[in-house]
Design a protein around this ligand. Structure first.
Ligand code: ADP
Ligand code: TMP
Ligand code: ASP
Length: 237
């Protein structure tokens, strides 16, 4: 697989084209951002940890029958993925209340949400990723009715697999964000699943082991990600 030119550089990853028109290389950088790019930092080792974390989770999901873009690990900070036409939508499932849900609805953090809450957000940093619903998606042609149903179904299927996986490691999967894209007429899970895009709490102490450590200035960000990886049995360099 030959790396060709840079296609896009986002807040945390750079996307490269390859000699295969259907494959991309994702480079997980050490850059870390929060509040839609307002707070930025470089965190040593984060690119490597997230690349390997993401590879492990994507493989677990694939083994459970959920189709993803992930193909293979290429290096410490790079992975090969299928090139998707990304939908400009973020799918969030929440098992416990936290983050923007608490701010928006004035509810306490840490309440069990049964059934879990599903939300769509528009992927648009300039607008601070506003909350949207099925009607906005249809009216603006961001996805079809079939894709809306498929995104909901796949996002909940991910919850079934990962809630259990994290529970076995003594962790609560509080919430997470997924992005999907089209590939040869099929909808595949794209982007990443890492502690940058989910909330994970220690099941006993409720200590935060995800990007909230960065957002809230708690320190020990990458150390927390490494602790989660260690509990899941992910081999890091
Ligand atoms: P952001 O764009 O939010 O700053 P990143 O820094 O993580 O985020 O950049 C990665 C970009 O690559 C994201 O915009 C994401 O939607 C896109 N992407 C992820 N996986 C794929 C894929 N398989 N094919 C095409 N684009 C992808
Ligand atoms: P929120 O509480 O800020 O809405 O986020 C819910 C979950 O989704 C949380 O785990 C963080 C993740 N998320 C992202 O990673 N990026 C985003 O742009 C959004 C809206 C959420
Ligand atoms: N993912 C967004 C950002 O990097 C939002 C956040 O994580 O707070 O700015």
């Amino acid at each position: 697989m030959q790396k060709q030119q840079e296609l896009y550089s986002g807040k945390a990853k750079t996307v490269f084209t390859t000699d295969d028109p259907n494959r991309l290389i994702l480079e997980f950088r050490n850059d870390t951002s929060a509040f839609d790019g307002e707070k930025l930092a470089q965190l040593e080792r984060k690119g490597m940890v997230n690349n390997k974390f993401n590879a492990f989770i994507m493989q677990q999901l694939q083994q459970a029958g959920i189709a993803t873009h992930f193909e293979s690990l290429l290096s410490d900070q790079e992975s090969v993925v299928k090139k998707l036409a990304m939908l400009p939508i973020e799918c969030v499932v929440r098992n416990l209340s936290a983050g923007s849900l608490c701010r928006r609805l004035g509810v306490e953090e840490g309440q069990l949400l049964n059934p879990p809450v599903f939300e769509f957000f528009l992927k648009n940093d300039a607008l601070h990723d506003p909350l949207i619903n099925d009607y906005h998606i249809l009216a603006f042609n961001w996805a079809t009715a079939g894709e809306i149903e498929h995104m909901k179904q796949l996002t909940f299927a991910v919850n079934d697999v990962l809630k259990q996986l994290f529970e076995q490691a003594g962790l609560l999967l509080v919430d997470y964000k997924l992005e999907f894209g089209r590939f040869e007429g099929e909808l595949l899970l794209g982007d990443e699943f890492t502690p940058d895009g989910c909330r994970l709490w220690d099941a006993e102490t409720r200590d935060k082991l995800d990007k909230d450590r960065f957002r809230q200035g708690l320190g020990g960000v990458v150390e927390a990600y490494e602790e989660v990886a260690r509990r899941l049995g992910i081999a890091l360099a």
